[in-house]
Write a protein that binds this ligand. Sequence first.
Ligand SMILES: [Zn+2]
Length: 352
Amino acid sequence: MTTPYHVLVVEDDPDVAEFVKLVLIKRAGMVVQMANNANLAFELLQQHEFDALITDIEMPGASGLDLVARVRQLRPQLPIVVMTAHASVDYAVTALRHAADEFLTKPIASAYLAARMTALAERGRADRIAAAGQVILAIGAHPDDVEIGVGGLLAAHRAGGDSIVILTMSRGDRGGDPNDRQHESLASADLLDARLFLEDLVDTKIGPADPTVSIIERVVAEVAPSIVYTHSSHDRHQDHRAVHQATTVATRRVPTVACYQSPSATVDYQPNRFVPIDGFTDAKMALLACFASQSDVRAYLEPDFVLATARYWSRFGGGRSCEPLEVIRDTSGIGQVGTPSRRVAAPLPGLV
Ligand SMILES: [Zn+2]
Protein backbone atom coordinates (compact mmCIF):
# COMPACT_ATOMS: atom_id res chain seq x y z
CA MET A 1 0.00 0.00 0.00
CA THR A 2 1.32 3.44 -0.90
CA THR A 3 1.78 5.92 1.90
CA PRO A 4 -0.88 8.63 1.44
CA TYR A 5 0.24 11.66 -0.56
CA HIS A 6 1.01 14.75 1.47
CA VAL A 7 -0.44 17.93 0.02
CA LEU A 8 -0.38 21.58 1.04
CA VAL A 9 -3.51 23.68 0.39
CA VAL A 10 -3.14 27.47 0.41
CA GLU A 11 -6.47 29.32 0.44
CA ASP A 12 -7.73 32.29 2.47
CA ASP A 13 -11.45 31.75 1.79
CA PRO A 14 -12.57 29.34 4.54
CA ASP A 15 -15.40 27.82 2.44
CA VAL A 16 -13.18 27.03 -0.53
CA ALA A 17 -10.42 25.82 1.81
CA GLU A 18 -12.85 23.42 3.49
CA PHE A 19 -14.14 22.17 0.14
CA VAL A 20 -10.67 21.46 -1.26
CA LYS A 21 -9.55 19.85 1.99
CA LEU A 22 -12.59 17.53 2.10
CA VAL A 23 -12.21 16.49 -1.54
CA LEU A 24 -8.50 15.70 -1.13
CA ILE A 25 -9.03 13.76 2.09
CA LYS A 26 -12.26 11.92 1.24
CA ARG A 27 -11.95 11.38 -2.51
CA ALA A 28 -8.17 11.22 -2.92
CA GLY A 29 -7.16 9.78 0.47
CA MET A 30 -4.48 12.42 0.95
CA VAL A 31 -2.91 13.90 4.05
CA VAL A 32 -3.70 17.60 3.83
CA GLN A 33 -2.07 20.56 5.52
CA MET A 34 -3.73 23.98 5.32
CA ALA A 35 -2.34 27.53 5.14
CA ASN A 36 -4.45 30.66 4.82
CA ASN A 37 -1.65 32.87 3.51
CA ALA A 38 1.46 32.66 1.36
CA ASN A 39 3.97 33.36 4.14
CA LEU A 40 2.65 30.56 6.35
CA ALA A 41 2.63 28.27 3.33
CA PHE A 42 6.27 29.05 2.59
CA GLU A 43 7.21 28.33 6.21
CA LEU A 44 5.44 24.94 6.05
CA LEU A 45 7.21 24.13 2.79
CA GLN A 46 10.56 24.73 4.43
CA GLN A 47 9.68 22.44 7.34
CA HIS A 48 7.92 19.52 5.64
CA GLU A 49 8.15 17.38 2.53
CA PHE A 50 5.04 17.70 0.34
CA ASP A 51 4.15 15.77 -2.79
CA ALA A 52 2.13 18.64 -4.30
CA LEU A 53 0.91 22.17 -3.61
CA ILE A 54 -2.41 23.80 -4.53
CA THR A 55 -2.76 27.53 -4.04
CA ASP A 56 -5.27 30.32 -4.50
CA ILE A 57 -4.10 33.45 -6.32
CA GLU A 58 -5.87 36.34 -4.62
CA MET A 59 -4.93 36.41 -0.97
CA PRO A 60 -4.19 39.23 1.43
CA GLY A 61 -0.46 39.91 1.64
CA ALA A 62 1.73 37.96 -0.76
CA SER A 63 -0.26 36.53 -3.67
CA GLY A 64 -0.36 32.94 -4.84
CA LEU A 65 1.80 33.90 -7.81
CA ASP A 66 4.48 35.29 -5.49
CA LEU A 67 4.31 32.02 -3.61
CA VAL A 68 4.73 29.99 -6.80
CA ALA A 69 7.82 31.98 -7.74
CA ARG A 70 9.39 31.44 -4.31
CA VAL A 71 8.48 27.74 -4.21
CA ARG A 72 10.17 27.19 -7.56
CA GLN A 73 13.45 28.33 -5.98
CA LEU A 74 13.00 26.12 -2.93
CA ARG A 75 11.51 22.97 -4.54
CA PRO A 76 12.02 23.07 -8.30
CA GLN A 77 10.32 19.67 -8.78
CA LEU A 78 7.22 20.22 -6.61
CA PRO A 79 4.00 20.02 -8.68
CA ILE A 80 1.99 23.25 -8.22
CA VAL A 81 -1.67 23.83 -9.00
CA VAL A 82 -2.98 27.40 -9.11
CA MET A 83 -6.70 28.09 -8.64
CA THR A 84 -8.56 31.31 -9.23
CA ALA A 85 -12.07 32.63 -9.49
CA HIS A 86 -11.24 34.45 -12.72
CA ALA A 87 -11.18 32.48 -15.92
CA SER A 88 -8.95 35.14 -17.33
CA VAL A 89 -6.33 34.26 -19.89
CA ASP A 90 -3.99 36.82 -18.35
CA TYR A 91 -3.98 34.95 -15.07
CA ALA A 92 -3.34 31.65 -16.80
CA VAL A 93 -0.44 33.09 -18.75
CA THR A 94 1.05 34.68 -15.65
CA ALA A 95 0.59 31.52 -13.61
CA LEU A 96 2.25 29.41 -16.27
CA ARG A 97 5.07 31.88 -16.62
CA HIS A 98 5.61 31.43 -12.90
CA ALA A 99 5.90 27.74 -13.66
CA ALA A 100 2.68 26.39 -12.20
CA ASP A 101 1.89 22.90 -13.45
CA GLU A 102 -1.86 23.37 -13.70
CA PHE A 103 -4.38 26.18 -13.66
CA LEU A 104 -7.90 25.53 -12.30
CA THR A 105 -10.86 27.90 -12.45
CA LYS A 106 -13.35 27.95 -9.57
CA PRO A 107 -15.79 26.39 -9.08
CA ILE A 108 -13.74 23.23 -9.46
CA ALA A 109 -15.51 19.89 -9.91
CA SER A 110 -14.53 17.63 -7.03
CA ALA A 111 -13.86 14.53 -9.16
CA TYR A 112 -11.56 16.50 -11.46
CA LEU A 113 -9.75 18.11 -8.52
CA ALA A 114 -9.15 14.72 -6.87
CA ALA A 115 -7.94 13.13 -10.11
CA ARG A 116 -5.56 15.94 -11.08
CA MET A 117 -4.09 16.28 -7.58
CA THR A 118 -3.55 12.52 -7.37
CA ALA A 119 -1.74 12.43 -10.70
CA LEU A 120 0.46 15.39 -9.81
CA ALA A 121 1.20 14.18 -6.28
CA GLU A 122 2.22 10.82 -7.71
CA ARG A 123 4.69 12.56 -10.00
CA GLY A 124 5.92 14.77 -7.14
CA ARG A 125 6.51 11.76 -4.90
CA ALA A 126 8.42 9.89 -7.63
CA ASP A 127 10.63 12.93 -8.38
CA ARG A 128 11.33 13.41 -4.70
CA ILE A 129 12.41 9.78 -4.25
CA ALA A 130 14.49 9.82 -7.43
CA ALA A 131 16.27 12.98 -6.31
CA ALA A 132 17.09 11.40 -2.96
CA GLY A 133 18.57 8.19 -4.45
CA GLN A 134 17.82 4.78 -3.04
CA VAL A 135 18.34 3.68 0.54
CA ILE A 136 20.75 0.81 1.14
CA LEU A 137 20.57 -1.00 4.48
CA ALA A 138 23.55 -3.15 5.52
CA ILE A 139 22.95 -5.38 8.54
CA GLY A 140 25.72 -7.04 10.57
CA ALA A 141 25.93 -8.87 13.88
CA HIS A 142 29.09 -7.09 15.00
CA PRO A 143 31.03 -3.90 14.26
CA ASP A 144 33.05 -4.30 11.02
CA ASP A 145 30.96 -7.20 9.61
CA VAL A 146 29.30 -5.14 6.87
CA GLU A 147 32.50 -3.28 6.01
CA ILE A 148 34.32 -6.58 5.49
CA GLY A 149 31.43 -8.04 3.49
CA VAL A 150 30.31 -5.13 1.30
CA GLY A 151 32.55 -2.15 2.18
CA GLY A 152 33.47 -1.61 -1.47
CA LEU A 153 29.90 -1.93 -2.69
CA LEU A 154 28.64 0.47 0.00
CA ALA A 155 31.27 3.02 -1.07
CA ALA A 156 30.12 2.59 -4.69
CA HIS A 157 26.49 3.10 -3.68
CA ARG A 158 27.44 6.25 -1.80
CA ALA A 159 29.38 7.61 -4.76
CA GLY A 160 26.30 6.94 -6.92
CA GLY A 161 24.13 9.14 -4.69
CA ASP A 162 22.45 6.41 -2.62
CA SER A 163 21.98 6.78 1.14
CA ILE A 164 23.64 4.20 3.32
CA VAL A 165 22.24 2.90 6.59
CA ILE A 166 24.21 0.47 8.77
CA LEU A 167 22.50 -1.63 11.42
CA THR A 168 24.87 -3.41 13.82
CA MET A 169 23.13 -5.72 16.26
CA SER A 170 25.78 -5.86 19.01
CA ARG A 171 28.74 -3.82 20.17
CA GLY A 172 31.03 -6.79 19.84
CA ASP A 173 32.27 -6.79 23.45
CA ARG A 174 33.60 -10.34 23.12
CA GLY A 175 36.03 -9.10 20.51
CA GLY A 176 37.27 -6.00 22.32
CA ASP A 177 36.32 -2.99 24.45
CA PRO A 178 32.74 -2.06 23.41
CA ASN A 179 33.56 1.65 23.74
CA ASP A 180 36.43 1.36 21.28
CA ARG A 181 34.28 -0.64 18.94
CA GLN A 182 31.48 1.93 19.14
CA HIS A 183 33.89 4.71 18.19
CA GLU A 184 35.29 2.60 15.38
CA SER A 185 31.79 1.92 14.04
CA LEU A 186 30.99 5.62 14.11
CA ALA A 187 34.23 6.54 12.33
CA SER A 188 33.54 4.03 9.57
CA ALA A 189 29.91 5.16 9.21
CA ASP A 190 31.21 8.73 8.96
CA LEU A 191 33.45 7.83 6.02
CA LEU A 192 30.43 6.39 4.22
CA ASP A 193 28.26 9.31 5.24
CA ALA A 194 26.04 6.54 6.62
CA ARG A 195 23.41 6.58 9.29
CA LEU A 196 24.39 4.08 12.01
CA PHE A 197 22.01 2.10 14.22
CA LEU A 198 24.21 0.47 16.87
CA GLU A 199 22.16 -1.97 18.95
CA ASP A 200 23.17 -3.65 22.17
CA LEU A 201 22.31 -7.35 21.88
CA VAL A 202 24.64 -9.72 23.74
CA ASP A 203 27.65 -10.64 21.61
CA THR A 204 27.71 -14.40 20.79
CA LYS A 205 24.15 -14.77 22.12
CA ILE A 206 22.12 -13.09 19.37
CA GLY A 207 18.91 -15.02 18.67
CA PRO A 208 17.10 -15.52 15.35
CA ALA A 209 13.68 -14.45 16.75
CA ASP A 210 12.74 -11.42 18.89
CA PRO A 211 14.18 -9.00 19.83
CA THR A 212 16.42 -9.38 16.77
CA VAL A 213 13.51 -9.50 14.30
CA SER A 214 11.71 -6.51 15.83
CA ILE A 215 14.87 -4.40 15.85
CA ILE A 216 15.38 -5.04 12.14
CA GLU A 217 11.67 -4.49 11.40
CA ARG A 218 11.79 -1.14 13.20
CA VAL A 219 14.80 0.07 11.19
CA VAL A 220 13.30 -1.20 7.91
CA ALA A 221 10.06 0.68 8.66
CA GLU A 222 11.99 3.84 9.50
CA VAL A 223 14.41 4.01 6.56
CA ALA A 224 12.44 2.10 3.84
CA PRO A 225 15.42 0.48 2.10
CA SER A 226 15.23 -0.83 -1.46
CA ILE A 227 18.28 -3.07 -1.00
CA VAL A 228 19.37 -4.97 2.14
CA TYR A 229 22.76 -6.68 2.55
CA THR A 230 23.19 -9.15 5.41
CA HIS A 231 25.01 -12.27 6.61
CA SER A 232 24.75 -15.63 4.87
CA SER A 233 23.25 -18.70 6.53
CA HIS A 234 26.43 -20.52 5.47
CA ASP A 235 28.51 -19.22 8.33
CA ARG A 236 29.96 -20.98 11.31
CA HIS A 237 29.37 -18.00 13.65
CA GLN A 238 26.04 -18.48 15.44
CA ASP A 239 25.38 -14.70 15.62
CA HIS A 240 25.81 -14.38 11.86
CA ARG A 241 23.37 -17.21 11.20
CA ALA A 242 20.86 -15.73 13.66
CA VAL A 243 21.06 -12.29 12.04
CA HIS A 244 20.63 -13.90 8.61
CA GLN A 245 17.49 -15.70 9.77
CA ALA A 246 16.00 -12.66 11.51
CA THR A 247 16.76 -10.47 8.48
CA THR A 248 14.96 -12.76 6.05
CA VAL A 249 11.84 -12.47 8.23
CA ALA A 250 12.07 -8.74 8.88
CA THR A 251 12.87 -7.74 5.28
CA ARG A 252 10.18 -9.79 3.57
CA ARG A 253 8.79 -6.65 1.89
CA VAL A 254 12.15 -5.23 0.81
CA PRO A 255 12.59 -5.58 -2.97
CA THR A 256 16.18 -6.82 -2.90
CA VAL A 257 18.03 -8.84 -0.26
CA ALA A 258 21.49 -10.38 -0.65
CA CYS A 259 24.07 -12.01 1.61
CA TYR A 260 27.72 -11.01 1.81
CA GLN A 261 30.68 -13.16 2.70
CA SER A 262 32.13 -13.01 6.21
CA PRO A 263 35.54 -14.40 7.14
CA SER A 264 33.65 -17.10 9.06
CA ALA A 265 31.60 -18.14 5.99
CA THR A 266 31.81 -21.87 5.28
CA VAL A 267 32.60 -23.57 1.98
CA ASP A 268 28.84 -23.85 1.49
CA TYR A 269 28.71 -20.09 0.88
CA GLN A 270 27.60 -20.04 -2.75
CA PRO A 271 27.57 -16.55 -4.24
CA ASN A 272 25.61 -16.08 -7.43
CA ARG A 273 26.38 -12.40 -7.99
CA PHE A 274 29.81 -10.77 -8.19
CA VAL A 275 29.93 -7.02 -8.07
CA PRO A 276 33.12 -5.37 -9.31
CA ILE A 277 34.41 -2.81 -6.83
CA ASP A 278 37.23 -1.44 -8.98
CA GLY A 279 37.84 2.12 -7.90
CA PHE A 280 36.45 1.41 -4.45
CA THR A 281 39.03 -0.94 -2.95
CA ASP A 282 40.89 2.00 -1.37
CA ALA A 283 37.60 3.17 0.15
CA LYS A 284 37.02 -0.33 1.52
CA MET A 285 40.51 -0.44 3.02
CA ALA A 286 39.91 2.97 4.62
CA LEU A 287 36.71 1.67 6.22
CA LEU A 288 38.49 -1.39 7.60
CA ALA A 289 41.33 0.78 8.89
CA CYS A 290 38.78 2.41 11.23
CA PHE A 291 38.60 -0.85 13.18
CA ALA A 292 42.08 -0.60 14.69
CA SER A 293 41.20 -2.60 17.80
CA GLN A 294 40.58 -5.60 15.54
CA SER A 295 43.19 -5.23 12.83
CA ASP A 296 46.02 -6.17 15.21
CA VAL A 297 44.35 -9.39 16.31
CA ARG A 298 42.37 -10.50 13.27
CA ALA A 299 44.31 -11.94 10.36
CA TYR A 300 41.29 -11.57 8.08
CA LEU A 301 41.59 -7.77 8.32
CA GLU A 302 45.12 -7.76 6.92
CA PRO A 303 44.98 -5.62 3.77
CA ASP A 304 46.63 -8.18 1.50
CA PHE A 305 44.12 -10.82 2.60
CA VAL A 306 41.13 -8.51 1.96
CA LEU A 307 42.50 -7.44 -1.42
CA ALA A 308 43.43 -11.00 -2.43
CA THR A 309 39.90 -12.17 -1.59
CA ALA A 310 38.36 -9.43 -3.76
CA ARG A 311 40.91 -10.18 -6.49
CA TYR A 312 39.96 -13.87 -6.40
CA TRP A 313 36.22 -13.25 -6.82
CA SER A 314 36.88 -11.16 -9.93
CA ARG A 315 37.37 -14.43 -11.81
CA PHE A 316 33.56 -14.63 -11.80
CA GLY A 317 32.55 -10.97 -11.89
CA GLY A 318 35.18 -9.34 -14.09
CA GLY A 319 37.27 -6.28 -13.37
CA ARG A 320 40.15 -6.64 -10.91
CA SER A 321 38.23 -6.89 -7.62
CA CYS A 322 34.76 -8.11 -6.71
CA GLU A 323 32.54 -8.59 -3.70
CA PRO A 324 30.42 -11.77 -3.86
CA LEU A 325 26.73 -11.98 -2.94
CA GLU A 326 24.25 -14.76 -2.41
CA VAL A 327 21.06 -13.23 -3.76
CA ILE A 328 17.91 -14.14 -1.85
CA ARG A 329 15.61 -11.83 -3.79
CA ASP A 330 16.33 -9.24 -6.44
CA THR A 331 13.49 -7.19 -7.83
CA SER A 332 15.18 -3.79 -7.88
CA GLY A 333 18.60 -4.57 -9.31
CA ILE A 334 21.70 -5.33 -7.28
CA GLY A 335 24.73 -3.48 -8.40
CA GLN A 336 22.49 -0.71 -9.69
CA VAL A 337 24.11 2.18 -7.97
CA GLY A 338 22.40 5.54 -7.64
CA THR A 339 19.23 6.83 -9.27
CA PRO A 340 18.32 5.99 -12.89
CA SER A 341 19.23 9.48 -14.13
CA ARG A 342 22.59 9.41 -12.35
CA ARG A 343 23.27 5.93 -13.67
CA VAL A 344 23.06 7.24 -17.21
CA ALA A 345 25.14 10.29 -16.36
CA ALA A 346 27.88 8.38 -14.54
CA PRO A 347 27.81 4.62 -15.06
CA LEU A 348 30.15 2.67 -12.84
CA PRO A 349 32.50 0.63 -14.98
CA GLY A 350 31.56 -3.02 -15.12
CA LEU A 351 28.72 -3.05 -12.61
CA VAL A 352 26.41 -5.95 -13.34
ZN1 LIG B 1 30.64 -10.80 13.08
